[in-house]
Structure formats: C-alpha cells, structure tokens
Design a protein around this ligand. Structure first.
Ligand code: 3PG
Length: 306
C-alpha cells in the first residue's frame, strides 16, 4: 500500500521522518510530493496512492477522479474546506482531519499578531498593552480554547461565542459566554476569529460587525480569509481609522488594503498558523497513525464525511 504525503507547504523535516517511521513500521510505502507548483503534479502522484495525507492542498473532484485506488484522505490539520467531500464520498473515500493537533501553534500566532497590532506594527510609536483589555473569541473550538488559556496569562477579560458549544463548557474555562454575535464584536477590543469556512460562514463578517468594534479595536483572523466580506472590511477600515486588521493569510484585496491603510493591516505571506515544528510533528504523526488505523483496521474516529 502506498501512502502519499502531498504538501505544497512542506512539514518540518523532523515531522516527515516521524510520518515515514509510522507508515513504514506498518509495512506501507511512503511517497512524498513537496513544494509542488502545479496541480498536474498532484494528479500524477495520486494515480497509484491508497492513502493521501495533505495540509491545505486542494483535493478537488479532478484529483479524486485521478486516484482510483484511494481509500482515505487525511487532512493533517483542522480545516477541511480544501477537500471536496461530496466527490470523496461518492468515490467511497473516507476523509478525516486531525483536530487539536496544531491548535496551540495557531493560538500563539494570534497573540504574536495581537501584540504587533497593539504596538502599532512595531513602528516605534507608543502603543497599548493587552492586559485588562477585552478579548472576544469567535468560536470556542480547539484553537479558541487555547486562545482563552493564553489570554488569561496576558490578564485579559475573555468572552466567547459558539452556538455549537454549550455555555457551561465556555464557563468552565473561565470565559464569559456571549450569545449575540453583535455583542461579541461591539463589546470586545480584540476579536479573534476561529470559525471554519463553510457556505454559512463565508463572507459572514462584514461592515456592520467590524465597524461596531470599540475604539482602537483589533480584529485578528487566523481562520480563513473567506469568512470575511472583504469590501465590508475595507469600508469599515475607511470609516474607522482607529481599527486594525491582522490576518494569517492575505485577503484577495490585500494590495488595496495595504495601500489605503498602511500601518493598520498586516498579512502573513503564506499561512503561518500551523507552521511550527511542534504542530507539524503533532498533526503529521496523527495523520500517519490515523491513516494506518484506517487502512489496517477500518478505524475512522475522525471521519468528517459520514
Ligand atoms: C488548519 O486548518 O489546520 C490550519 O489552517 C493549518 O493549515 P496548514 O496545514 O495549511 O498550515
């Protein structure tokens, strides 16, 4: 059996070594396709693959159609919006993610970016501190929970909104549950976005929410660019010169925003949230172990296309 690891943005070398060990110990062969630049390379590589491990790599119907032996796709990470679930399900392929494995890495980046914004992008002028400021966490999943944990160390006042998470779970983490999204944005100086990109959430954060943020508001997006209504964001930044937007990865209108709002926006050039050796090792090993468990025993605990 052949397990293909296809990563346009490669894992750290130590993570690849660990993945190789798990796959080879199971008696399977590991194939690596790293830093590929063309979808045709992925299409060629999946031709004889029984399993596919990816990160944000796009696995669409064409890729799935080119992989007749494929039984399982594991997204080494949380968000699986890059995988065509319908096409995979129709082809009888199990799709899994590895929830929680890279969440601390993303949460730490939230604070790296929040501090940078609070310190005026390190431009030498007097900024502000996070201590005693309000933080609103938009979705209390694995990343949101790590953000809450770290925020306490900063001495922030933390609230969270998550319609899929019971209020008691949020309270148990010492966080104030919020039920109205309008309150989450209008009552918190820093808002950190952790919702997945789904048909329901795409473009859901726009002018009204962003422009309602308190004076000096900082919006941190380490989720997906697609959840932002980019024109609404632009208008909000234009109307509210005190608001800043920092994001782990560039919006489509990045060049325009950088030009119009210099010093108030920052975008990572490549998605950086999970780009740590630790996150790569955690997510990579989990993906390899889940792949082996599925191929050997049909175990599909983290299946997302039931
Ligand atoms: C995730 O969904 O797990 C993160 O966005 C990380 O994505 P990456 O593996 O492409 O860095």
């Amino acid at each position: 059996m052949k397990v293909l690891v296809a990563t346009e943005k490669p894992f750290a070398a130590t993570a690849v070594n660990s993945i190789r060990a798990v796959v080879e110990n199971a008696g399977y062969t590991l194939a690596l396709l790293e830093k590929y630049t063309d979808k045709a390379q992925l299409i060629a590589a999946v031709a004889d693959a029984d399993a596919l491990i990816v990160r944000s790599d796009k696995v669409d119907a064409q890729v799935i159609g080119a992989a007749p032996k494929l039984k399982v796709i594991v997204r080494a990470g949380a968000g699986y919006d890059n995988i065509d679930l319908e096409a995979a399900t129709a082809a009888g392929i199990c799709v899994e993610n590895t929830p929680g494995q890279n969440s601390n890495a993303v949460a730490e980046l939230v604070f790296g970016m929040a501090v940078m914004a609070a310190r005026n992008m390190f431009d030498g002028t007097s900024g502000s501190e996070l201590k005693d400021k309000t933080l609103g966490i938009h979705a209390f999943g694995q990343v949101g929970r790590n953000v809450a944990r770290i925020a306490k160390g900063f001495g922030m006042e933390v609230s969270a909104l998550d319609p899929f998470c019971p209020a008691e779970v949020i309270e148990q983490a010492g966080v104030k549950p919020v039920s109205d999204i309008k309150n989450l944005y209008s009552q918190n100086k820093v808002v950190s976005i952790h919702i997945p990109a789904t048909p329901q959430t795409k473009g859901s954060i726009g002018y009204d929410l962003i422009a309602s943020m308190p004076k000096g508001g900082i919006l941190v997006n380490t989720a997906r660019k697609e959840v932002i209504d980019e024109e609404g964001l632009r208008k909000a930044l234009a109307d509210r010169p005190d608001i800043k937007y920092v994001a782990d990865v560039k919006p489509d209108n990045a060049a325009q925003l950088e030009q119009e709002f210099t010093g108030r926006v920052f975008f990572t050039p490549k998605k950086m949230g999970a780009q740590t050796a630790e996150a790569n090792i955690n997510a990579g090993i989990a993906a390899a172990e889940q792949t082996v468990a599925f191929l050997k025993h049909g175990i599909d605990t983290f299946r997302v296309n039931r």
